[in-house]
Design a protein around this ligand. Structure first.
Ligand SMILES: NC(=O)c1ccc[n+]([C@@H]2O[C@H](COP(=O)([O-])OP(=O)(O)OC[C@H]3O[C@@H](n4cnc5c(N)ncnc54)[C@H](OP(=O)(O)O)[C@@H]3O)[C@@H](O)[C@H]2O)c1
Length: 332
């Protein structure tokens, strides 16, 4: 690590989400977008030019072995997260890896083990966890303003064109709604209630065998429940509602992004307007850098164990729904 508390970021795989992350990084004090790596050298150079990164590479290995890189952000499809993360960790890089951290809990355990063995930082890019609106919702819950919470209702749905070879539908790329977007309401349920003791789920499968929509009911130790619906076949409200015995908190459309909230109690409904910096993807980058400044190898706000519990939950849902990936049967 350099001594000036400026961190040089490398980006591995400049696809769609990488553009958003690169834009967000511009709002992070002390973050330098230093290098871009693609399998295609020209693509890496174009991306680097667009975001004023001085270095570009035509291979992921070249990025992982560049001694000037401090942190690598990984943005390949899910099925490559483990391989790419291990490459970077083994070269002593701190890693922020896109969600889902991998495709099953065996892979997540392997990645965590590697982070420990290489004494390197690892965090899953569950960006919503670090957004002010999500943080505020949790704060309001903890303040007791809506009493004792007993239920979460959350959905995430959009309509994607069916393409069996796309990241969303191809089992070889870890396709399906659950791993791609189910992760948001599931993370929120874990954040609010902890690990459920009962999971009931059903999915509608696409012709490729991955889930195009999925309904999950979670029941927690104190009898609290969460109803979750995710789909890539229709546009849904994309809202979240936390219910307590004295009120409710409403997170409106695209609740997992930067946005406002409303709280309803016996005194009526109060809108809470939030302030944001950047495009929202910057908050997770700030968390990574804060951890590194403090010499930590994992975040306490989204820890290794949080990623593992989330993936174990998705493993269980996949098992109930009969969703399998070719990569489930290798790497062991
Ligand atoms: N946090 C969020 O809001 C958010 C939103 C969307 C996606 N994501 C996550 O980010 C990851 C990437 O999603 P994306 O939508 O950005 O995907 P994408 O546009 O398809 O980009 C993925 C990149 O991965 C690289 N890659 C390496 N091997 C590949 C292969 N065999 N097939 C396809 N691409 C390959 C490619 O880069 P090169 O060829 O240049 O190396 C490609 O540009 C996913 O895990 C997803 O869950 C997060």
């Amino acid at each position: 690590m350099n001594m000036h508390q400026t961190y040089r970021w490398g980006m591995l795989a400049p696809g769609k989400i990488a553009h958003k992350f690169a834009s967000g990084l511009q709002y992070v004090p002390g973050a330098e977008l230093y290098a871009i790596a693609s399998r295609d050298e020209v693509k890496a150079k174009n991306f680097a030019d667009q975001y004023h990164a001085p270095v570009s590479y035509g291979s992921y290995e070249a990025l992982a072995t560049d001694p000037l890189v401090d942190i690598i952000y990984i943005a390949t499809p899910h099925t490559f997260h483990m391989e790419n993360t291990l490459l970077c960790l083994e070269h002593g890089k701190a890693v922020l890896c896109e969600k889902p951290l991998a495709i099953n809990s065996y892979q997540v355990e392997t990645m965590i083990q590697s982070a420990k063995e290489n004494d390197s930082f690892l965090m899953e890019a569950v960006w919503s966890r670090f957004l002010p609106n999500i943080h505020r919702a949790k704060e309001l819950v903890e303040s007791g303003k809506i009493g004792v919470i007993n239920h979460l209702e959350a959905d995430f749905g959009f309509k994607a064109d069916y393409d069996p070879h796309s990241r969303l539908f191809d089992p070889a790329l870890g396709g399906g709604a659950l791993l791609d977007i189910g992760i948001y309401p599931l993370f929120f349920a874990l954040y609010l209630f902890g690990v459920p003791n009962k999971v009931e789920s059903e999915a509608k499968l696409a012709p490729t065998g991955v889930d195009e929509s999925c309904r999950v009911k979670l029941t927690f130790a104190g009898g609290e429940t969460a109803n979750i619906y995710i789909t890539v076949t229709e546009f849904t409200a994309v809202e979240a509602r936390i219910e307590g015995d004295q009120g409710a908190i409403h997170l409106p459309n695209r609740w997992y992004q930067p946005g406002n909230l409303a709280i309803t109690t016996e005194h009526g409904t109060e809108d809470i307007v939030m302030d944001f910096v950047g495009n929202g993807y910057n908050y997770q980058a700030v968390e990574v850098m804060n951890c590194l400044k403090e010499g930590r190898r994992e975040s306490t706000r989204w820890s290794h164990n949080d990623s593992l519990q989330l993936m174990r939950l998705m493993d269980e849902i996949r098992e109930q729904c009969g969703i399998e990936y070719p990569a489930d049967h290798i790497d062991r």
